[in-house]
Design a protein around this ligand. Structure first.
Ligand code: GUN
Ligand code: ZN
Length: 444
């Protein structure tokens, strides 16, 4: 069932923060807006107005109720998780070794159960409960190979009105037989799902070859053909995550120049294509991604958990050859659905590469940066008139440790950084989706 009609217009008054450009290119101060006493007006599921209270209150339509936000909170755009496997909630935090072993031992066997619509529906409900509680209001989601898994996720997203990009996984080799489709079947099922769900309300379809090793060239070709037939769909997959995986791709596709070229040859690069990981990319590969407008999803908790490697911002965000990059939890290779926790790990991964991501850069990554990586910046990822009213209220004193740290916060960035390093879903006091409250947490 679609959500009921939008609630009447209302306004929220308190401090808010939003990014509206790319701090990696133009610096933080030129690309963000902080209002210490702001008002955000919501009408018809969208942000109707936003700015300093002294300006916005004067032009507020008569009768609009104004809710004062609690002290020590910060209003922000909802988080954008650019790459997550909802069915892997069943295997998050499973002990093992590296990527390919983890796929064989846990991931593939657990994905079997999603053939059952009841199981898939229950997982989809839990996924959205947890994601929204953590402040994530937009996600790019991998389903399993089963069309039922994608249908369950889309139905739940539609019921809750959550902006969601998702697709059934395509895999026709190098996986258990009963978990494989075929080039034709994968194409047919994806096409039917596109017809049923793509563009319906806030839903978008992502053509989802799992990764090059589990698709034959014929299947990648079919995926490329499908994208040409539906160019406003998304493409999502994995790329250059672990050295063993990369060596395997080289064996399986001896004619390709490198991993990126495998996807390029099958017409799978371009705007609205987003690839998870990109940890070990060569210069040529980065240049090809940048030139084609292809995006990356950085998955720090997953890269640490599976020991895949350290994402390198210096190489990805080079001036003149700049790859749009969002942040992602990659559950269940990733170990948290919280984008705040994921930001903290992104910071640490960058430190190990000799770079200190600034609080403003981190905040951008989880919001506007993710929206740009998914080509959704006209719809979500910020607080500005015309954008969809996906919002969250961050609690700067959510835990005793955070509260004590905030006593010493010397600036907005100091407070924001402490929140990122110490916060998780406990720091999300409320979440709004298209102007409707979908999660509230009582203060500790
Ligand atoms: N590569 C192919 N499939 C997967 C997956 O499910 N998780 C991760 N992290 N990497 C993959
Ligand atoms: Zn993944």
């Amino acid at each position: 069932m679609p959500p009921s009609p939008h609630p009447p217009a209302f306004a929220l008054r308190g401090p808010y923060l939003t990014s509206f450009g790319d701090p990696f290119l133009d610096g933080v101060e030129a690309t963000r807006r902080y209002e210490s006493d702001g008002v955000v007006v919501v009408a018809d599921g969208k942000i109707a107005d936003a700015g300093p209270a002294r300006q916005v209150l004067g032009r507020l339509p008569e009768g609009t109720p104004v809710e004062r936000l609690p002290r020590a909170t910060l209003l922000a755009p909802g988080f954008v998780d650019c790459h997550v496997h909802y069915a892997q909630l069943a295997v998050i935090a499973s002990h093992g070794t590296e990527l390919l072993d983890w796929l064989d031992r846990y991931t593939f066997p657990s994905e079997r159960a999603s053939a059952q619509p009841r199981h898939a529906r229950a997982l989809a409900r839990r996924f959205f409960d947890l994601a929204l509680a953590g402040g994530t209001t937009t996600a790019a989601v991998f389903c399993t190979v089963h069309a039922t898994s994608a249908a369950a996720l889309f139905a739940e997203a539609a019921r809750r009105g959550v902006r969601t990009v998702a697709g059934k996984v395509l895999m026709d080799r190098n996986a258990p037989r009963d978990l494989c489709d075929s080039a034709q079947r994968g194409y047919d099922e994806s096409k039917a799902l596109i017809g049923r769900w793509h563009g319906r309300g806030r839903l978008g379809y992502a053509i989802t070859p799992r990764f090059a090793p589990t698709s034959t060239p014929a299947q990648l070709e079919a995926a490329g053909a499908l994208w040409r037939e539906h160019p406003d769909c998304w493409v999502q997959s994995h790329l250059s995550e672990h050295p063993r995986e990369i060596a395997w791709v080289r064996q399986l596709f001896p004619r390709a120049r490198d991993y990126v070229d495998v996807y390029a040859r099958h017409g799978l690069l371009g705007r609205r294509a987003i690839y998870g990981h990109g940890v070990h990319l060569a210069e040529r590969e980065l240049a090809a991604l940048a030139a084609s407008g292809t995006s990356l999803a950085h998955c720090p908790t997953s890269n640490l958990f599976l020991g895949s490697g350290l994402f390198d911002w210096k190489r990805v965000k080079k001036r003149g050859r700049h790859v749009r990059t969002g942040l992602a939890t990659d559950v269940g290779g990733g170990t948290s659905l919280s984008m705040l926790s994921t930001l903290a790990e992104a910071y640490k991964v960058a430190r190990l590469r000799g770079r200190s991501l600034s609080p403003g850069e981190l905040f951008h990554l989880a919001t506007r940066g993710g929206a740009e990586a998914l080509d959704l910046q006209q719809r979500v990822g910020g607080i500005a008139p015309g954008l969809e009213a996906d919002l969250l209220l961050l609690d700067l004193k959510a835990t005793p440790l955070l509260a004590q740290r905030m006593r010493y916060a010397a600036s907005l960035d100091d407070a924001l950084f402490a929140l990122i390093m110490l916060g998780d879903d406990r720091a999300v006091r409320a979440t709004w989706v298209a102007g409707r409250v979908v999660h509230r947490r009582e203060p500790a």
